[in-house]
Design a protein around this ligand. Structure first.
Ligand code: THU
Length: 138
């Protein structure tokens, strides 16, 4: 879909994500990513990717947004209603597999807004991560 077809609050979340990507530390890939999440209590938290010279230690924008929310709110409290992801190249970029599992931890019904190969998407975490790992049957 076109960006203008997304709801106002989804577009607002994308704007916060786009502001956050300006803070990315991405000297190795030059690919800046921003993420903004909305909690079920109506608060918005942002994150960006932070890379490392030991490449595997880099952390994605989505997981940093979640860490930001957890630090601000205290453990066990957040539930993610929606998370928007943008990047500096305006190319398709959906959350990586590791981030999907971490989003799933904090929101079983999270909406994920991102630019997919067919345009803007608003999919649920269950669509992006069917059968996410859990220790217990939910
Ligand atoms: N990256 C993210 O921050 N989020 C994604 O959803 C995909 C990839 C980052 C990791 C790395 O810093 C850079 O993008 C290039 O892969």
């Amino acid at each position: 879909m076109n960006k203008s077809s997304l709801s106002e609050s989804e577009q607002q979340l994308l704007e916060v994500a786009t502001q956050a990507l300006t803070k990315a530390y991405a000297p190795y890939s030059q690919f800046r990513v921003g993420a903004a999440l909305l909690t079920t209590t109506g608060k918005i938290y942002a994150g960006c990717n932070i890379e490392n010279v030991s490449y595997g230690l880099g952390v994605c924008a989505e997981r940093n947004a979640i860490a930001n929310a957890m630090i601000a709110e205290g453990g066990y409290t957040i539930e993610i209603k929606a998370i928007a992801v943008t990047n500096s190249q305006n190319v398709p970029c959906s959350p990586c597999g590791a981030c999907r599992q971490v989003i799933w931890e904090f929101g079983k019904q999270t909406q994920i807004i991102f630019l997919g190969s067919q345009g803007w998407q608003n999919l649920t975490i269950k669509e992006l991560l069917p059968e996410g790992f859990t220790e217990f049957a939910l």
